[in-house]
Design a protein around this ligand. Structure first.
Ligand code: AMP
Length: 213
């Protein structure tokens, strides 16, 4: 399966990150999350981080030019397959990706979409915690009382600044306006595999794998 190019799309809080990590592990793909790359740049205080910080805090999209350069650099260094999580989020990003790949005679093999009710998204995001060291994701409802640290690296579990309820509702609006057209773009260009994100985590992964293998 190595060599495949996958994209996972869905509103913030739909479980994209969780599914992308699991699918990458099971299918032997590199997981590339633009959100993780940006948060890492911000915590390291790099030039990219300084340019992106304010956009992330406000829950709005980082300008296309910055993101397209970032992903172009990342893809350049990758030989094997990958799953993109959080990119593309706008039509110009989707078009830039098609163009970047076609220059090497490559294309996207599968577009995976997680659909989920916005109210479920709000509830999940409010309960979401992230490891401030390795970026692993947790949910308060499944964490035991005394588990304040990451089981993978021991890092501290914190709340993302953009997981406040008002910011999440705003990010859902941004998704509807700017990212939903990306789903239509891929529908026009090929098949989009849609799974209901309200289900159980392992079942959602299994459904995607059944659909693409
Ligand atoms: P995520 O972790 O994917 O939810 O992304 C968190 C935040 O990073 C988003 O709300 C945006 O501010 C920014 N971001 C991540 N990916 C992109 C992208 N492809 N285009 C623009 N902004 C992005």
């Amino acid at each position: 399966m190595a060599g495949e190019h996958l994209i996972i799309l869905g509103p913030p809080g739909a479980g994209k990150g969780t599914q992308a990590v699991k699918l990458a592990r099971e299918l032997g793909l590199k997981h590339l999350s633009t959100g993780d790359l940006l948060r890492e740049a911000i915590s390291r205080g790099t030039e990219l981080g300084r340019r992106a910080e304010d956009f992330l805090e406000r829950g709005v999209l980082v300008p296309d030019g910055i993101i397209i350069d970032l992903i172009a650099d990342e893809l350049l260094s990758l030989k094997d397959g990958w799953i993109l999580d959080g990119f593309p989020r706008t039509l110009p990003q989707a078009e830039a990706l098609t163009e970047m790949l076609s220059r090497n005679g490559e294309s996207i093999d599968f577009v995976l979409q997680i659909e989920v009710d916005p109210e479920i998204v709000v509830k999940r995001s409010v309960n979401r915690r992230i490891c401030n060291s390795c970026g692993a994701l947790y949910n308060l409802s499944t964490l035991k009382e005394n588990e304040g640290s990451c089981e993978k690296c021991g890092g501290k579990l914190v709340r993302r600044v953009d997981d406040e309820e008002d910011t999440i509702r705003h990010r859902l609006e941004v998704y509807k306006e700017q990212t939903a057209p990306v789903v239509d773009y891929y529908r026009r260009n090929g098949e989009v595999i849609t799974v209901d994100g309200a289900g159980e985590i392992n079942e959602i992964t299994a459904e995607f794998i059944r659909a693409i293998t």
